[in-house]
Design a protein around this ligand. Structure first.
Ligand code: ATP
Ligand code: MG
Length: 567
């Protein structure tokens, strides 16, 4: 941190707040704080964008300011209305509101054009006839200065005439550009007469055929911020080297100057975060759409069962920094578990069912037993679940030949059925051909109703179960990381990030049995399946079949990492 703050001042949680507080103290911008979130509508938002959204909207809220939503739609060939709609939905879902301030760079195309005319008139911009390839060659390299374009010294009149004819559609794509006249020898390549306008005869999703020249991002972005009176223009580190150019434009035009502040973008391990790569996964069918529950997109996380609260908490905990780093995805999952632990009702679901017949339980009898909904939340209350003579337990909860310290069910042994009774395994039925265990015969102890006795008997294992006659069928989708490598984006020559996709990222379990109350659940509802993890009802749920996504398992690797570092 370079800004010195007064000792008596409260120290700010991040360096951006320190800058804003100093600006407020100096009464800059009449003490206004106005930020913006500027997505390009060329894909769905991801968790990295969520960090930027939380930051921009969060700062505006904290300092009684405003945050605009501005679509940076300067690239008509890659942008679509579908993306605009998804971006708005995702921001709202995260819990933020831009009021009536929904803006588009394309709203300012005419204004930007007039600004360009002003630069030409001031002798600060010119029409260049070099081809895209030549322009690149003339640009030089990081170690070599560039070369001036032979068209650099056209007269103002000629430049104005050509710009007008470019706009009128007289020339083919790529024939000419408008360039800023700055310094071809600048050590900063961004300052070497950057292109401001290109000819592109492509319809735009908002302006239609009105324009056939489009502003470059670098020409549009700073001026859009200025037009909207953005006080603090927060962006990721890669734009640091562009800042001198943005300053130059603003100075030449003598218009309102937003303050650009750069911060490190979020990187997460076991995933990729560039929209280009995510689009490749979608278009290549490597995932089932942008909202595939394995995707790091906000819509994917939502479908997976993430809560906005968990994502906001994650953004808060990672903070903002000036240096790039990679955050462990276990921290994101940790924030999610903390939130779901508080709010997700507990239910019972058997993922790999094994039929159990309780021989001494009266045939045809059904008892409705009381089960608490969430021990973490007394207000969550209780529900009734049916118990009967035939139930399902988890195959893993039985071993015919148990190893030591196996406290679940085995021949002659007893376990507790959660919220119900103790049962004892009396007999095992096997498939004659395969030898596979297909059914158990047990007896239950009437004295243990509710799962307890007062005779001092020790029963260590507790299993979840469902009543066979009442259970509802479900499909359960289990997810692992989308990539098997921690840094899938880092590949050697000839390799591709898609080579690092995890072939086991999705496992589909059919024939699962869940307690009957879940038939009433709605898509998006979240539950803890006792002992199995957190699950969310998927919109694929249809007639007669419930589909659940496993949001996250119960095992919290982050807590372990945290403990280790504290030791
Ligand atoms: P990508 O590289 O994933 O395609 P982008 O930067 O091109 O992302 P934009 O739509 O231009 O995507 O991003 C909108 C805003 O979100 C920008 O202000 C950008 O700085 C911010 N942003 C994008 N990715 C991240 C990230 N990983 N971490 C933090 N902020 C991000
Ligand atoms: Mg971008």
């Amino acid at each position: 941190m370079t800004d010195k703050t007064n000792e008596t001042e409260k120290t700010s949680a991040n360096f951006i707040k320190t800058i804003i507080e100093k600006d407020l103290q100096e009464n800059k911008n009449n003490s206004r704080v106005h930020t913006r979130f500027p997505p390009e509508p060329n894909g769905y938002l991801h968790i990295g964008h969520a960090k930027s959204i939380c930051l921009n909207f969060g700062l505006a809220k904290e300092y009684n300011g405003l945050c605009n939503l501005r679509f940076d739609d300067t690239n008509p060939t890659k942008e679509e209305e579908e993306y605009v709609q998804s971006i708005k939905e995702d921001i709202r879902w995260l819990g933020f509101d831009w009021g009536d301030r929904e803006y588009y760079a394309s709203n300012y195309f005419e204004q930007l054009y007039q600004y360009a005319v002003r630069l030409i008139e001031a002798g600060k911009a010119y029409i260049c006839d070099l081809t895209p390839d030549e322009t690149r060659q003339y640009r030089g390299t990081l170690t070599q200065p560039g070369k001036e374009s032979p068209f650099r010294n056209r007269t103002v009149e000629e430049n104005l005439d050509l710009l007008g004819r470019m706009r009128a559609g007289e020339f083919p794509d790529g024939a000419r550009t408008l360039r800023a006249k700055i310094d071809m020898a600048s050590p900063n390549v961004n300052m070497r007469d950057p292109v401001m306008y290109r000819i592109l005869k492509a319809p735009h999703h908002r302006t239609g055929d009105k324009w056939c020249i489009y502003p470059m991002y670098d020409w549009a972005h700073g001026q859009c911020d200025s037009i909207e009176g953005i006080t603090h223009s927060i962006c990721t580190l890669e734009f640091e080297a562009h800042r001198p150019l943005y300053d130059w434009f603003i100075d030449q035009l003598a218009i309102f100057h937003s303050r650009q502040i750069e911060f490190a973008r979020l990187n997460l391990n076991y995933t990729v975060m560039s929209k280009r790569k995510l689009l490749e996964l979608v278009e290549g069918g490597y995932v089932n759409g942008w909202n595939d529950p394995r995707m790091p997109t906000i819509s994917g996380l939502r479908r997976r069962g993430y809560t906005p609260e968990a994502i906001r908490e994650f953004a808060e905990r990672i903070g903002v920094a000036k240096a790039d780093s990679t955050v462990d995805i276990a921290l994101l999952e940790h924030c999610l578990r903390e939130d779901l632990n508080k709010r997700a009702p507990r239910v019972m679901a058997v993922l790999a069912p094994l039929k159990v017949i309780i021989d001494n339980y009266p045939e045809g009898q059904v008892e409705w037993l009381e089960a608490e909904n969430n021990p973490e939340d007394p207000a969550a209350g209780a529900r009734k679940i049916p118990f009967s003579r035939e139930i399902y337990i988890e195959q893993d909860d039985f071993r015919e030949d148990p190893p030591k310290k196996f406290f679940r069910l085995s021949p002659g042994k007893e376990i507790r059925l959660k919220h119900a009774y103790y049962i004892k395994c009396e007999r095992v039925v096997k498939d004659e051909r395969t030898g596979e265990v297909i059914q158990l015969h047990c007896t239950y102890d009437l004295q243990s109703r509710g799962g307890w006795t007062n005779d001092g008997r020790v029963v260590k294992g507790t299993s979840h179960w469902v009543s066979a006659a009442h259970a509802v069928d479900a499909e359960v989708r289990l997810y692992e990381h989308l990539f098997s490598k921690e840094d899938p984006g880092v590949v050697k020559d000839g390799a591709d990030f898609k080579d690092n996709l995890n072939p086991d990222s999705l496992a589909v379990l059919s024939g699962c049995k869940v307690e009957p109350g879940l038939a009433e659940a709605k898509a998006g509802d979240r539950f803890q399946f006792l002992r199995q993890g957190y699950f969310c009802l998927d919109p694929d749920t249809g007639a007669g079949k419930l589909v659940f996504n496993r949001t996250v398992s119960l095992r919290d690797t982050w807590s372990k990492i945290e403990k280790k570092t504290q030791e």
